[in-house]
Design a protein around this ligand. Structure first.
Ligand SMILES: *Cc1c(COP(=O)(O)O)cnc(C)c1O
Length: 210
């Protein structure tokens, strides 16, 4: 996945011309603005997923403009997205974001908390969501090896959950970014999210993010 947050629409069309078919954006409003320009430029065949935290009050719009939401981090959000996707007559691909880092800025479901269990129990009834697996953001650290433990925990969690919920699909493990994707792949990532290594340094920093 090419993470195109902060990049102009032209950068996305250039990436499509080079063969990229999947993009990650982290804000509803930012993509909303870019989308108009992309329409004019043409983004044939490419899909765009949301990978950033989504507030429930923006879930209806997000369900409409994104091809998937990879950052579902609460039961309430899942319910809202399901309702919105139902109204749109679509089945929305989603990943559940798991918080494995102690950094307070990171969002995601607590892997051992009650909400994740409740969400997994509820998922089969959410007809308009198609859950395909888990996503995580590793802690930011100069040494990418510290991310390894985090990636391994996500893979182990996937194995446990897949055994406990044989009816659910846990195919995808979205983990790994520019600084640690090799390690993520070694630890079983099926989907790396690459921004800087593809597009270069982002034009402006995003508060609270590396
Ligand atoms: C920005 C971002 C990425 C990409 O980060 P890079 O270090 O630029 O590759 C991946 N995942 C999420 C959730 C992001 O917000």
């Amino acid at each position: 996945m090419a993470v195109s947050k902060v990049q102009p629409a032209e950068a996305l069309t250039e990436a499509v011309a080079s063969g990229v078919t999947l993009f990650g954006e982290n804000r509803v409003q930012e993509y909303e603005a870019k989308r108009e320009r992309l329409r004019a430029l043409g983004l044939a065949g490419a899909q765009v997923h949301l990978i950033g935290h989504l507030q429930s009050n923006k879930s209806a719009r997000a369900a409409q403009i994104f091809d998937g939401i990879d950052s579902v981090d609460s039961l309430r959000l899942a319910e809202r997205l399901n309702e919105a996707a139902g109204k749109l007559g679509k089945r929305l691909p989603v990943l559940l974001e798991i918080k494995l880092s102690k950094e307070s800025a990171k969002t995601g479901l607590d892997p051992s908390g009650p909400e994740l269990s409740q969400l997994l129990e509820r998922l089969p009834a959410l007809d308009h969501l198609a859950a395909h697996g888990l996503m995580t953001v590793a802690p930011f650290d100069e040494n990418p090896e510290t991310a390894r433990a985090c990636f391994r925990r996500l893979r182990e969690l996937r194995e446990t959950l897949a055994t406990e919920h044989p009816g659910l699909d846990f195919t995808e493990l979205s983990m790994g970014m520019s600084g640690d994707f090799e390690i993520a792949i070694e630890e079983g990532s099926t989907l790396v999210r690459i921004g800087t290594a593809l597009f270069g340094r982002r034009p402006r920093p995003i508060p609270g993010q590396p």
